[in-house]
Design a protein around this ligand. Structure first.
Ligand SMILES: Cc1cc2nc3c(=O)[nH]c(=O)nc-3n(C[C@H](O)[C@H](O)[C@H](O)COP(=O)(O)OP(=O)(O)OC[C@H]3O[C@@H](n4cnc5c(N)ncnc54)[C@H](O)[C@@H]3O)c2cc1C
Length: 472
């Protein structure tokens, strides 16, 4: 046990914790307390979060008390909602605030806005917004938390290419600052903090509620086409040129998948080696079917779920794993995906490779995702045409070969890689140094972020993340 952990387990610290328990309505838990392990469980079961203290916030007052306590004790704050992108806390000194109890969803149909608490997931918002004929810019996995997703940009597999990032639609955020004070941030009352929060993710404040615009979309044509993996070379080559012709109403991605024998998967996909073509189209079904026809004809699908769907079924496009699982991950933003990139991609993932990863996906971006929004924000990935994300599933004994392959994959694609990436896809163990984070944001954006960090969080209380240290 280090000196620091001794400091945070002494009697003075425990007295402070008892006082905090009196001020906070939610659970305040020390290691070993009942419920501590559950609060610390991340979506990635290989990542064990070991803070010295957890505050399970039930409202903004709880968050404020927790942040003040951390600031008073010189503790960094980690923030967790649904735990899909957790940087590991410093086990010797971190206070973890969990936000999943911050509930509440209110739709204003006239203004076409939705306000949610910081614990809300997209799966909760989608059906409620749908009752009013509205569609939020949710991501491929509806189990993801609204706030973390939106602060990282928020890349929709259906609406992004026509309407930009989810962050571009944010109207206001209720936050607790690093000194424990509460604010409501809008583009009008604090354009700098509004800019920095949307893209700078958890670096500037804890968001306790967020209000954003939704679109009058009720349906789409889309789903997935699972083609035999043996045809990967042919289909990927076709996909590469086909997607170039798609308009903003269409979005696509493709994934090479070696699926496990899971009963939760549709029968033909269990244990299968497949190429998963994802497609979503805002125009009518006939138009969508005509657009995807060349891919449908490329090989006989094992499963074809392309159909007219209500917007709520957004999750059917990617069919991401809903429950926590043990995995390793890697991602890259790509400047281009030409024939040479495709050859490298296929060599590392195709039928002749010994790829141990479950999914290696490539998402085509572009369209409105390239454009600056009416109200600027710090989203880093604007203009990036492609992003690739890969993950392998397995317990600790299986990690080494998967990590080895991920490394080779990232290395093979590095000639076409951009320094920037989609912030939400940056792995918890990637961008660990200020130089990495600077590269991710680009020099100018990073410079402005770090100057604003000095203004809003000079002691870097919010540093258990892809950290932007305050400018010196
Ligand atoms: C299977 C899968 C599919 C995905 N698909 C997409 C996609 O289509 N598009 C996309 O954009 N992203 C996608 N993501 C990434 C996802 O959006 C991010 O991982 C997001 O942060 C997850 O939300 P969460 O609630 O689990 O965050 P957590 O892991 O709980 O939090 C991650 C970080 O977000 C910040 N944060 C969270 N809540 C707050 C808060 N209240 N205040 C301040 N900071 C906060 C903190 O820095 C925190 O460490 C996907 C991830 C997975 C695992």
């Amino acid at each position: 046990m280090s000196d620091l952990s001794h400091e945070f387990s002494g009697s003075e610290f425990r007295t402070g914790v008892t006082e905090l328990q009196g001020r906070v309505r939610g659970p305040v838990l020390l290691p070993g307390d009942h419920g501590f392990v559950e609060e610390c469980t991340a979506y990635n079961l290989l990542r064990t979060l070991r803070p010295v203290l957890v505050v399970g916030a039930t409202d903004a007052g709880d968050v404020a008390a927790a942040v003040r306590f951390a600031a008073d004790h010189g503790m960094p704050v980690a923030i967790k909602n649904r735990g899909h992108q957790m940087v590991l806390p410093d086990a010797d000194r971190t206070l973890l605030i969990t936000t999943h109890r911050l509930s509440g969803i209110a739709v204003n149909p006239e203004a076409r806005t939705v306000r949610v608490g910081a614990g809300v997931r997209w799966s909760e918002v989608l059906p409620i917004a749908a009752r009013h004929g509205l569609a939020p810019l949710a991501g491929s996995a509806p189990g993801v938390g609204v706030v973390g997703y939106t602060l990282g940009g928020g890349l929709s597999p259906l609406l992004g290419r026509s309407a930009g990032y989810a962050a571009d639609h944010v109207r206001s955020m209720d936050v607790i600052m690093a000194d424990g004070t509460a604010r409501t941030v809008t583009p009008e009352n604090d354009p700098d903090l509004y800019w920095a929060l949307l893209g700078g993710k958890g670096n500037f404040a804890v968001v306790t509620a967020i209000e954003f615009g939704a679109l009058p979309v009720t349906r789409f044509y889309g789903g997935g086409l699972w083609l035999p993996g043996e045809r990967a070379k042919h289909v990927l080559s076709l996909w590469r040129t086909w997607q170039e012709e798609l308009g903003r109403e269409s979005t696509t991605s493709v994934a090479v998948q070696r699926l496990p024998e899971l009963p939760t998967l549709p029968e033909p996909l269990r244990g299968a080696f497949v190429l998963h073509v994802r497609f979503a189209h805002l125009g009518d079904a006939a138009q969508g079917a005509a657009l995807i026809a060349p891919l449908r004809a490329a090989a006989t699908p094992l499963l074809d779920t392309l159909a007219e769907r209500p917007y709520e079924q957004l999750g059917e496009i990617h069919l991401d794993p809903p429950a926590p699982l043990p995995y390793v991950e890697g991602s890259l933003g790509l400047r281009t995906f030409g024939a040479d990139t495709l050859a490298a991609f296929t060599e590392l993932t195709g039928p002749e490779s010994d790829c141990p990863l479950v999914t290696v996906e490539l998402r085509a971006l572009g369209g409105a995702l390239d454009e600056e929004p009416a109200v600027p924000n710090a989203v880093a990935s604007r203009g990036l045409p492609f992003v690739t994300f890969a993950f392998g599933v397995g317990g600790p004994d299986e990690v080494a070969p998967m990590e080895e392959h991920l490394k080779s994959y990232v290395h093979a694609l590095s000639p076409w890689a951009d320094d920037r990436n989609v912030t939400n896809f940056v792995g918890p163990d990637d961008a660990t140094t200020p130089a990495d984070v600077r590269r991710h944001y680009g020099a100018d954006r990073y410079a402005r972020l770090s100057v604003l960090k000095r203004r809003y969080d000079p002691d870097n209380v919010f540093r258990v993340n892809h950290n932007i240290p305050p400018a010196s």
